[in-house]
Design a protein. Structure first.
Length: 188
Protein backbone atom coordinates (compact mmCIF):
# COMPACT_ATOMS: atom_id res chain seq x y z
CA UNK A 1 0.00 0.00 0.00
CA UNK A 2 1.28 3.44 -0.89
CA UNK A 3 2.05 5.96 1.82
CA UNK A 4 1.80 9.73 1.54
CA UNK A 5 4.36 11.79 3.40
CA UNK A 6 2.64 14.46 5.52
CA UNK A 7 4.17 17.91 5.45
CA UNK A 8 3.33 21.27 6.93
CA UNK A 9 2.91 22.81 3.47
CA UNK A 10 2.26 21.56 -0.02
CA UNK A 11 5.33 20.79 -2.07
CA UNK A 12 5.74 22.24 -5.56
CA UNK A 13 7.26 20.18 -8.38
CA UNK A 14 10.66 21.96 -8.13
CA UNK A 15 10.73 21.36 -4.35
CA UNK A 16 9.70 17.74 -4.91
CA UNK A 17 12.46 17.20 -7.47
CA UNK A 18 15.07 18.59 -5.05
CA UNK A 19 13.64 16.48 -2.22
CA UNK A 20 13.59 13.37 -4.42
CA UNK A 21 17.30 13.72 -5.24
CA UNK A 22 18.07 12.84 -1.60
CA UNK A 23 15.86 9.72 -1.54
CA UNK A 24 17.23 6.21 -2.14
CA UNK A 25 17.16 5.33 -5.86
CA UNK A 26 15.13 2.14 -5.32
CA UNK A 27 12.20 4.10 -3.87
CA UNK A 28 9.49 5.16 -6.30
CA UNK A 29 7.67 8.34 -5.36
CA UNK A 30 5.09 10.50 -7.11
CA UNK A 31 3.70 13.90 -6.17
CA UNK A 32 -0.07 14.20 -5.81
CA UNK A 33 -1.62 17.43 -4.62
CA UNK A 34 1.64 18.63 -3.11
CA UNK A 35 2.23 15.46 -1.09
CA UNK A 36 4.97 12.95 -1.98
CA UNK A 37 3.49 9.47 -2.15
CA UNK A 38 5.62 6.32 -1.90
CA UNK A 39 4.46 3.59 -4.26
CA UNK A 40 4.51 -0.02 -3.16
CA UNK A 41 6.32 -2.48 -5.43
CA UNK A 42 3.84 -3.65 -8.07
CA UNK A 43 2.74 -7.27 -8.32
CA UNK A 44 4.03 -9.51 -11.08
CA UNK A 45 0.53 -9.56 -12.61
CA UNK A 46 0.53 -5.76 -12.67
CA UNK A 47 3.94 -5.64 -14.35
CA UNK A 48 3.00 -8.25 -16.96
CA UNK A 49 -0.05 -6.16 -17.89
CA UNK A 50 2.22 -3.10 -18.16
CA UNK A 51 4.66 -5.05 -20.37
CA UNK A 52 1.81 -6.15 -22.65
CA UNK A 53 0.53 -2.58 -22.83
CA UNK A 54 3.96 -1.22 -23.74
CA UNK A 55 4.27 -3.76 -26.54
CA UNK A 56 0.81 -3.14 -28.03
CA UNK A 57 0.77 0.64 -27.53
CA UNK A 58 4.32 0.85 -28.87
CA UNK A 59 3.26 -0.97 -32.03
CA UNK A 60 0.60 1.71 -32.60
CA UNK A 61 2.88 4.61 -31.66
CA UNK A 62 6.06 3.67 -33.55
CA UNK A 63 4.75 4.30 -37.10
CA UNK A 64 3.79 7.84 -36.03
CA UNK A 65 7.26 8.63 -34.69
CA UNK A 66 6.05 8.24 -31.11
CA UNK A 67 6.96 5.71 -28.44
CA UNK A 68 5.58 4.03 -25.32
CA UNK A 69 7.65 4.16 -22.14
CA UNK A 70 7.06 3.09 -18.53
CA UNK A 71 7.75 4.92 -15.29
CA UNK A 72 8.16 8.57 -16.26
CA UNK A 73 6.45 11.41 -14.43
CA UNK A 74 3.94 13.69 -16.13
CA UNK A 75 3.99 17.44 -15.48
CA UNK A 76 1.55 20.27 -16.16
CA UNK A 77 2.27 24.00 -15.98
CA UNK A 78 -1.27 24.52 -14.70
CA UNK A 79 -0.81 22.25 -11.67
CA UNK A 80 2.60 22.71 -10.09
CA UNK A 81 1.94 20.33 -7.21
CA UNK A 82 1.38 17.17 -9.28
CA UNK A 83 3.94 14.80 -10.80
CA UNK A 84 2.13 11.44 -11.14
CA UNK A 85 3.86 8.45 -12.68
CA UNK A 86 1.48 6.55 -14.96
CA UNK A 87 2.32 2.95 -15.80
CA UNK A 88 2.75 3.79 -19.51
CA UNK A 89 3.25 7.10 -21.33
CA UNK A 90 3.13 7.62 -25.08
CA UNK A 91 4.92 10.72 -26.24
CA UNK A 92 6.41 12.00 -29.46
CA UNK A 93 9.49 14.08 -30.11
CA UNK A 94 13.08 14.00 -28.94
CA UNK A 95 14.16 12.00 -25.88
CA UNK A 96 13.68 13.67 -22.52
CA UNK A 97 16.71 14.92 -20.60
CA UNK A 98 15.21 13.47 -17.40
CA UNK A 99 12.23 11.39 -16.27
CA UNK A 100 9.64 14.17 -16.58
CA UNK A 101 7.30 14.67 -19.56
CA UNK A 102 5.07 17.67 -20.15
CA UNK A 103 3.87 16.48 -23.55
CA UNK A 104 2.24 13.04 -23.23
CA UNK A 105 -0.35 12.16 -25.86
CA UNK A 106 -1.58 8.94 -24.20
CA UNK A 107 -1.17 7.64 -20.64
CA UNK A 108 -2.25 4.34 -19.12
CA UNK A 109 -2.82 3.47 -15.48
CA UNK A 110 -3.12 -0.17 -14.40
CA UNK A 111 -5.38 -0.21 -11.36
CA UNK A 112 -4.04 -2.13 -8.43
CA UNK A 113 -6.65 -2.74 -5.73
CA UNK A 114 -4.76 -0.40 -3.36
CA UNK A 115 -4.63 2.52 -5.84
CA UNK A 116 -8.09 2.52 -7.43
CA UNK A 117 -9.44 5.58 -5.59
CA UNK A 118 -6.37 7.73 -6.36
CA UNK A 119 -6.01 6.55 -9.98
CA UNK A 120 -9.71 7.04 -10.75
CA UNK A 121 -9.94 10.28 -8.77
CA UNK A 122 -7.19 12.88 -8.56
CA UNK A 123 -5.07 11.40 -11.33
CA UNK A 124 -8.01 11.24 -13.75
CA UNK A 125 -8.77 14.91 -13.07
CA UNK A 126 -5.10 15.79 -13.60
CA UNK A 127 -4.85 13.88 -16.88
CA UNK A 128 -7.99 15.49 -18.28
CA UNK A 129 -6.40 18.91 -17.66
CA UNK A 130 -3.28 18.16 -19.75
CA UNK A 131 -3.46 20.10 -23.04
CA UNK A 132 -1.33 17.59 -25.00
CA UNK A 133 -3.26 14.50 -23.88
CA UNK A 134 -5.58 12.92 -26.45
CA UNK A 135 -6.57 9.84 -24.42
CA UNK A 136 -5.86 7.88 -21.29
CA UNK A 137 -6.53 4.31 -20.34
CA UNK A 138 -7.65 2.90 -17.04
CA UNK A 139 -6.76 -0.78 -17.15
CA UNK A 140 -8.17 -3.06 -14.49
CA UNK A 141 -5.70 -5.50 -12.95
CA UNK A 142 -8.24 -7.92 -11.51
CA UNK A 143 -10.56 -8.25 -14.54
CA UNK A 144 -10.28 -7.90 -18.32
CA UNK A 145 -11.69 -4.41 -18.54
CA UNK A 146 -10.42 -1.09 -19.85
CA UNK A 147 -11.86 2.41 -19.76
CA UNK A 148 -10.78 4.48 -22.75
CA UNK A 149 -11.05 8.18 -21.96
CA UNK A 150 -10.67 10.36 -25.03
CA UNK A 151 -10.80 14.08 -25.74
CA UNK A 152 -13.70 15.08 -27.98
CA UNK A 153 -12.99 18.80 -27.89
CA UNK A 154 -10.73 21.22 -26.03
CA UNK A 155 -12.86 20.90 -22.90
CA UNK A 156 -14.87 17.71 -23.35
CA UNK A 157 -13.97 14.12 -22.56
CA UNK A 158 -15.87 10.88 -23.14
CA UNK A 159 -15.33 7.44 -21.70
CA UNK A 160 -15.80 4.15 -23.53
CA UNK A 161 -15.86 0.94 -21.46
CA UNK A 162 -14.23 -2.03 -23.20
CA UNK A 163 -14.35 -5.73 -22.42
CA UNK A 164 -12.03 -8.57 -23.47
CA UNK A 165 -13.64 -9.08 -26.90
CA UNK A 166 -13.57 -5.37 -27.80
CA UNK A 167 -10.80 -3.81 -29.85
CA UNK A 168 -8.94 -0.82 -28.50
CA UNK A 169 -8.38 1.97 -31.03
CA UNK A 170 -6.59 5.14 -29.95
CA UNK A 171 -7.36 8.61 -31.30
CA UNK A 172 -4.77 9.75 -33.89
CA UNK A 173 -3.13 6.31 -34.08
CA UNK A 174 -3.93 3.77 -36.78
CA UNK A 175 -4.54 0.18 -35.84
CA UNK A 176 -6.13 -1.59 -32.92
CA UNK A 177 -5.66 -4.55 -30.61
CA UNK A 178 -8.03 -6.66 -28.55
CA UNK A 179 -8.39 -5.82 -24.87
CA UNK A 180 -7.84 -9.53 -24.09
CA UNK A 181 -4.28 -9.24 -25.48
CA UNK A 182 -3.40 -6.91 -22.60
CA UNK A 183 -3.93 -9.89 -20.31
CA UNK A 184 -2.09 -12.44 -22.48
CA UNK A 185 -0.19 -15.03 -20.49
CA UNK A 186 -2.13 -14.40 -17.29
CA UNK A 187 -4.45 -16.86 -15.58
CA UNK A 188 -8.05 -15.73 -15.67
Amino acid sequence: MAVALRRESRMSVPEYRDWLDARPEQERWELLGGEPRLEAPPSERHQRIVANLIRHLGNLADPRGCFAVPGIAVLSEAMDDFAPIPDVVIRCGPPLPDGYASDPVIVAEVLAPSTISVDRGRKTDFYRALPSLRAFLIVYEDEERVELWFRESKTGWSMQPLGPLNSLTLPSFEGAFRVASIYAGLAR
